[in-house]
Design a protein around this ligand. Structure first.
Ligand SMILES: Cc1cc2nc3c(=O)[nH]c(=O)nc-3n(C[C@H](O)[C@H](O)[C@H](O)COP(=O)(O)OP(=O)(O)OC[C@H]3O[C@@H](n4cnc5c(N)ncnc54)[C@H](O)[C@@H]3O)c2cc1C
Length: 352
């Protein structure tokens, strides 16, 4: 019910004082965007019910390399502690099928979604939030939509798998080919996350890590496939996803995270954007809960805030993604990289 001049009051449990009663909020999707917004709202006295289609802990297709998220964002959302187990990453390299192209600094953190999402859901529960797992709900007005990348036709196939006994030359190793790209990132407990985005259709019959290795060989990344074959691949962590598009999404009015916009994965900025989008939605959602904004006004304020924050990086990343996937452009980029003529730090800045 919308606020119509009379503000209902409730007695605060902590102080015993009368305070304006805040409207409860429902969120669909317990990934990074939904859980972090849920935590931030719940800690500000808004009762949140969050529906998650699966249960925790669980693996997600993700490079598990977080970069670009600011301390203020984590502090505002109240989730900084959830990243305590993350490994601090610094060095990065970029290679193709012919060998190393460049080395660079790419500061970030590595942590599995198995661990990170589990930390976040525990924090949400500890604040009194209501979490309904194994609950896939349909979009409806009055629900904040944080249900991740919407399904749509696309040529992309995302695969991920954890490995042990896989020595890395850099904290993050990136490999590109016109058929796709793949990143190896150090995560917690000495594990390495392997995650790739591929253009080709999966080979019929191949499953699990065998599918990942097939895709690597089809992308002519044979040396990398040999390295992975020699490592201990954790089959239980293998997951895949298809049917999604990067860029702005046309989902329900009040959407956050990938449900609102998805930056191409090579940027390593999607998780940061999920947190930042929760930050963009926080004040509008609080205004709605306090009766100062209608649902539509709150949704529009959240969208406007995300648009202005993400426009530049989404546009730049879309152009770079096209170049990465284009054989001729990749050849030129490769030459520039070998001659140390690519401004990596500027490019990294533009997609953050
Ligand atoms: C191949 C690949 C590699 C990537 N690598 C990186 C990387 O290295 N670094 C980085 O920062 N980002 C990376 N990303 C992007 C990153 O994973 C996403 O941007 C991030 O997960 C978005 O978080 P989210 O909360 O919006 O969505 P998600 O994490 O997808 O969470 C959505 C949640 O909603 C649930 N759900 C779905 N439908 C419903 C429903 N109807 N009702 C209830 N619940 C529902 C799902 O089960 C899920 O738990 C990568 C993405 C891909 C595809």
């Amino acid at each position: 019910m919308e606020h119509q001049g009379i503000i209902p009051l409730a007695r605060s449990v902590e102080t015993g004082n009368l305070a304006p009663l805040k409207k409860p909020i429902t969120i669909a999707g317990g990934g990074l965007a939904g859980l972090s917004l849920g935590i931030a709202l719940q800690s500000r006295g808004v009762a949140v019910t969050l529906h998650e289609a699966s249960a925790y802990p669980r693996h997600r297709v993700c490079g598990e390399f977080i970069s670009g998220v600011g301390r203020e964002t984590l502090a505002t959302l109240g989730i900084a502690d959830c990243l305590d187990d993350a490994t601090h990453l610094q060095s990065a390299s970029w290679s193709d099928s012919a060998g190393r192209l460049a080395e660079m600094q790419a500061p970030g953190r590595g942590i599995s979604r198995w661990k990170l999402d589990d930390h976040l859901q525990r924090q949400f529960l500890s604040l009194g939030g209501t979490l309904v797992t194994n609950s896939r709900i349909a979009p409806d007005s009055g629900i904040i939509w944080a249900a991740g990348r919407p399904r749509q036709p696309s040529p992309w196939l995302g695969l991920k798998c954890h490995a042990r006994n896989l020595p890395l030359t850099h904290d993050l190793e990136m490999f590109t080919s016109p058929g796709g790209y793949i990143g190896l990132a150090k995560i917690e407990d000495g594990m390495v996350n392997i995650c790739g985005l591929f253009k080709a259709r999966p080979a019929r019959g191949a499953k699990g890590s065998a599918l990942l290795l097939t895709m690597l060989r089809e992308a002519s990344l044979h040396a990398l496939a040999d390295r992975l074959e020699a490592a201990d691949l954790d089959e239980s962590s293998f997951c895949g996803v298809a049917g999604f598009q990067t860029g702005l999404q046309t989902g329900p009015t009040f959407s956050i995270g990938d449900a609102a916009s998805m930056i191409p994965p090579f940027t390593g900025n999607g998780m940061s954007m999920a947190f930042e989008s929760a930050e963009c939605a926080l004040q509008p959602a609080l205004d709605y809960a306090a009766g100062c904004k209608s649902w539509l006004e709150a949704a529009e304020a959240s969208t406007a805030s995300q648009d202005s924050r993400f426009k530049r990086r989404l546009t730049t990343a879309a152009i770079l993604h096209q170049l990465l996937m284009n054989r001729a452009a990749l050849r030129i980029t490769r030459t520039l990289a070998r001659r140390k003529m690519l401004p990596f730090q500027t490019l990294l800045h533009l997609v953050r």
